[in-house]
Write a protein that binds this ligand. Structure first.
Ligand SMILES: C/C=C/C(=O)SCCNC(=O)CCNC(=O)[C@H](O)C(C)(C)COP(=O)(O)OP(=O)(O)OC[C@H]1O[C@@H](n2cnc3c(N)ncnc32)[C@H](O)[C@@H]1OP(=O)(O)O
Length: 270
């Protein structure tokens, strides 16, 4: 039996998704795109899952596009090449469209589109030995997977341009210095730290958290007026929700809020 390209493990209400292609340092593949999208869609529907961690098997997060496959792309038509890029982009969108927080736990390399995938996540836990690189330039390519959008959210245009033009390696510690990282972990501890962070997001109000994720994703990309319009639209919904009824009642009754009982009963194993 062939092993899954995305390993799935539940730790309480946290789903850990592990890219399992260590022989190529977790280079990207159509099978990975399909499996990750499917896992995220299933997790979105599963009320027992509060947060998702994305990580890589074998000490590396992801080495980006598969260079053996990319070498063959020149023989494809422009439309076919676009279709392949779109498969990556659909995967990036699926991370951001998932209503649950997705946390990247990064050890080792996050190169090229592997860096894009890590930066697409809602939160980032990196080991000090993690190495990010916009490696595209090294192989004569320009960035994709949202790399330039995600870098622009985190650092100046000058620095982003330098990183993309040189493909230089950026350590986990460096990224942490730019405030681009939620937690900096000792080597080998990124997943453990990500699980701690995920635990902080557990037991919360799912609808409100989905609204918060959507707001945080849009904030760097729209005007204050548009952002406030989006906040208003979501707040109108939130104020009428069972979640806010429970949260406010719990405060007034001096007891912990119980958002979990508002969810549908789970069908899957915990
Ligand atoms: C559409 C998307 C485009 C892009 O993302 S463009 C950017 C593509 N990515 C890169 O250019 C990064 C290439 N990889 C590396 O720089 C290094 O690797 C790492 C830093 C990730 C890891 O270095 P180390 O631990 O020393 O491993 P190793 O000996 O270089 O590689 C081990 C095996 O993994 C294969 N491999 C690594 N990255 C890729 C890749 N991106 N695509 C296909 N295979 C890859 C190698 O070839 C080799 O394989 P074998 O053992 O058979 O010699």
């Amino acid at each position: 039996m062939t092993e899954s390209i995305v390993l799935q493990r539940r730790q309480g209400p946290v789903l850990v998704l592990t890219h399992n292609n260590p022989a190529s340092r977790n280079a990207l593949s159509p099978a990975f795109y399909a499996a990750l999208q499917q896992a995220l869609q299933a997790a979105a529907q599963d009320d027992a899952i509060d947060a998702i961690i994305l990580t890589g098997e074998g000490g590396h997060f992801c080495s980006g596009g598969d260079l053996r496959q990319l070498a063959l792309r020149r023989t494809l038509s422009e439309a076919e090449r676009l279709q392949k890029i779109e498969a990556l982009h659909a995967t990036i969108r699926s991370v951001q469209a998932c209503p649950k927080p997705v946390i990247a736990a990064v050890e080792g390399a996050a190169a090229g589109a592997g860096m894009s995938l890590a930066l697409a996540c809602d939160m980032l836990v990196v080991a000090t030995n993690a190495v990010f690189s916009a490696a595209y330039v090294k192989v004569g390519l320009s960035p994709d997977g949202g790399a330039t959008a995600f870098l622009a959210e985190r650092v100046s245009r000058q620095l982003m341009t330098q990183w993309c033009l040189t493909g230089e390696r950026i350590s986990g510690a460096q990224l942490h210095g730019f405030g681009a990282v939620n937690r900096l972990a000792e080597p080998g501890q990124a997943l453990a730290q990500a699980l701690e962070l995920a635990a902080q997001c557990s037991g919360g109000p799912h609808q409100a958290m989905a609204a918060i994720k959507a707001l945080c994703l849009q904030a760097p990309h729209q005007s204050v007026a548009d952002q406030m319009a989006m906040e208003a639209a979501l707040m109108v919904q939130a104020q009428a929700s069972e979640e806010s009824r429970e949260g406010i009642a719990a405060f007034l009754e001096k007891r912990p809020a119980d958002f979990v009982r508002l969810r549908k009963p789970t069908t899957g194993p915990l």
